[in-house]
Design a protein around this ligand. Structure first.
Ligand code: GLU
Ligand code: MG
Length: 469
C-alpha cells in the first residue's frame, strides 16, 4: 500500500500554522481527497472524539459524506462532554439533555486504515461552527497557539503501553522485555508493525513490557496536536490488529491489582525562537534558564496537573512508588521514579534533550494532557520558576523526613486530593478553561463515587476495556 499522504503532511506541519479550530476544507480539496480515498478502496470515514474520561467516542459516514463531515459536522448532544468511563452521563446544569453540538472531521488528518475504513480526528463546534471550549482538541490548539505567540514551540511524543489478552482473555505470555513476548506471538507482532507502517505511523520501537501481556511502542515526536492525534491513531491500529486475531487490548492504567500498570509517558522538548531550551545552557545538565524554569514549573504544578494527566480512579492505584510510574513530584536526570525525568542531549537521544513526564496514563484525555503541559511550559516563560535540587536517588529510598525536607510529595496516589487540587488550581483554570475543568471533575468524581459504592477491584474489572479502541 502507498504511504498515507495526508498523515505525512499533517505530521510535518509546523505548529505555528495551526488555527484555532478545525479548518473548513475547500471543495476542490475535498473532492480530490474523496477521489484518492475511493481509489484506495475506502468506503467509510470514521471519526474519533476523546471525551473528558479519556474514552474514544466515534461516528462514521459513508465516503460520499466526507465534505459534510468537515463542513457542517454531525450532530450530538452536548452531554457527550460528560460521558463517564462506564458510559453513564454525568450531567451538570450546563451539560444536560438540552443543547446540541457538531462533531467536525479535520480533513488535514485522514488515514486509510485498510479494509475500506479511514480514520479522522474530530473537534467539537457549536451549530454555527464556532469552536467549543469543552473540546480538548480545541483547548490544545489554543495552547499551542498561545505558546507560539511567545516564540515557544513544542515537540512531543507519547509512549504507548498496552496489555494484550488472548481469545480466552488471558494476558499473552512470554518474558518481560523478552524475546519470547515477541517470538511467541510473531504473527500478531508482525501484523501490528505492518499495519502501523501502512497507516503512516512513524514507529520507532516495539517491545514486550514488564507487566503480564504488556507491550510498549514509541513513535517519533511531532507538534503536540499531531502527537495527540497520532496517539489516538496508534491505539486504533493496535486494537484493530488485535481484534483480527481474536485478542483484546486494555489501555487501563491498572489492568491487574498486583502488577505494574499502563503508562502514557509524555516526552516534550522546547525551542524559543528556534533555540533549544533543554540543552546548550549553563544550568544543570545543560538546561538554559528558560528550560530550567519549565522543568521547575512541571515539578511545582504536577500535583495540580495530575487532575488531567492521570485522574481516573484507577490512575491513583497506578501512581504508587517503585512502579516506574513517576509517583513522586520531583525531577532528576534519567530518574525513573521521578515524575519529571530529564533526558539530556546525548548520542543516545537522537531527538535531543527532552523531559519525560511519567505520571501520565492512557485514561487521560491525551489532548488535554498536552494542553496542560504546553500551557504550563508557556507560563514558565512568563513567570519564571526557580529550579529546586535534583533528586538523584529513588525517592522511596529516602526517609519520610528527608522527602519532606526536599518537598517531594506523592503526586497522585490519593484520588480525592488529586481532584480537589485540580478544582482549586488557577493555573489549570487558565490553561484548560472553566468548561473543560467542569466536565473533567464531573466524570472523575463519578469514578470516585463508583469506587466508594463498589470497591476498587470491581471498578478496575469493569473498566478494564473502557479506554480501548
Ligand atoms: N509501566 C510503567 C508505568 O506505569 C512504566 C514502565 C517504564 O518505565 O517503561 O508507567
Ligand atoms: Mg514502559
Amino acid at each position: 500500500m502507498n504511504s498515507n499522504v495526508h498523515l505525512t503532511r499533517w505530521l510535518s506541519r509546523p505548529g505555528d500554522e495551526l488555527v484555532d479550530y478545525t479548518p473548513v476544507a475547500d471543495e476542490a480539496m475535498v473532492s480530490a481527497l474523496e477521489g484518492e480515498l475511493r481509489g484506495r478502496g475506502v468506503r467509510t470515514v470514521r471519526g474519533t472524539f476523546v471525551d473528558s474520561s479519556g474514552v474514544l467516542r466515534a461516528k462514521q459516514v459513508p465516503l460520499s459524506r466526507l465534505g459534510a463531515f468537515n463542513r457542517s459536522g454531525l450532530g450530538a448532544s452536548n452531554s457527550w462532554a460528560v460521558f463517564g468511563a462506564d458510559d453513564l452521563l454525568c450531567m451538570t446544569p450546563r451539560f444536560s439533555a438540552v443543547g446540541d453540538m457538531r462533531l467536525r472531521a479535520d480533513l488535514d488528518t485522514v488515514v486509510d486504515l485498510g479494509e475500506g475504513v479511514a480514520w479522522t480526528p474530530l473537534s467539537l463546534v457549536d451549530q454555527d461552527g464556532v469552536a467549543l471550549d469543552y473540546c480538548a482538541r480545541t483547548v490544545l490548539r489554543r495552547q499551542i497557539r498561545a505558546a507560539n505567540e511567545v516564540g515557544l514551540s513544542v515537540v512531543a511524543a507519547t509512549e504507548v503501553e498496552f496489555t494484550v489478552y488472548d481469545a480466552e482473555r488471558r494476558p499473552l505470555g512470554g518474558a518481560s522485555y523478552g524475546w519470547t513476548r515477541l517470538s511467541g506471538y510473531e504473527p500478531f507482532v508482525d501484523a501490528l508493525s505492518r499495519s502501523l507502517e501502512s497507516a503512516g505511523v512513524p514507529l520507532e520501537q516495539l517491545h514486550g513490557e514488564y507487566g503480564p501481556g504488556q507491550f510498549e511502542l514509541s513513535v517519533a515526536p511531532a507538534n503536540p496536536l499531531a502527537a495527540a492525534d497520532l496517539n489516538v491513531l496508534v491505539r486504533v491500529v493496535i486494537s484493530r490488529v488485535a481484534r483480527s486475531f481474536g485478542y483484546a487490548v486494555s489501555f487501563s492504567p491498572k489492568p491487574f491489582a498486583d502488577a505494574i500498570g499502563n503508562g502514557a509517558h509524555s516526552h516534550l522538548s522546547f525551542r524559543r525562537e528556534g533555540r533549544p531550551l533543554l540543552s546548550g545552557g549553563d544550568g544543570p545538565h545543560g538546561l538554559t534558564p528558560e528550560g530550567a524554569s519549565i522543568v521547575a514549573a512541571y515539578v511545582r504544578y504536577l500535583p495540580e496537573m495530575v487532575g488531567v494527566l492521570a485522574s481516573s480512579a484507577l490512575s491513583s492505584t497506578r501512581l504508587q512508588p517503585s512502579t516506574w510510574s513517576g509517583a513522586y513530584a520531583c525531577w532528576g536526570l534519567e530518574n525513573r521514579e521521578a515524575a519529571v525525568r530529564l533526558c539530556a542531549a546525548t548520542r543516545g537521544n537522537p531527538h535531543g534533550a527532552n523531559v519525560e513526564v511519567k505520571c501520565v496514563d492512557p485514561a487521560a484525555n491525551v489532548y488535554a494532557a498536552y494542553a496542560a503541559l504546553v500551557g504550563v511550559a508557556r507560563r514558565a516563560l512568563e513567570f519564571p520558576e526557580e529550579l529546586g535540587p535534583e533528586t538523584t536517588v529513588d525517592p522511596a529510598d529516602l526517609s519520610p523526613a528527608e522527602r519532606d525536607a526536599s518537598g517531594i510529595t506523592l503526586v497522585g496516589a490519593d484520588h480525592a486530593a488529586v481532584l480537589d487540587r485540580f478544582e482549586s488550581s488557577s493555573a489549570m483554570l487558565e490553561v484548560l478553561g472553566e468548561a473543560f475543568v467542569e466536565t473533567t471533575l464531573a466524570v472523575r468524581r463519578h469514578e470516585a463515587d463508583l469506587v466508594a459504592a463498589e470497591g476498587i477491584a470491581a471498578v478496575a474489572e469493569r473498566l478494564t476495556f473502557a479506554w480501548s479502541a
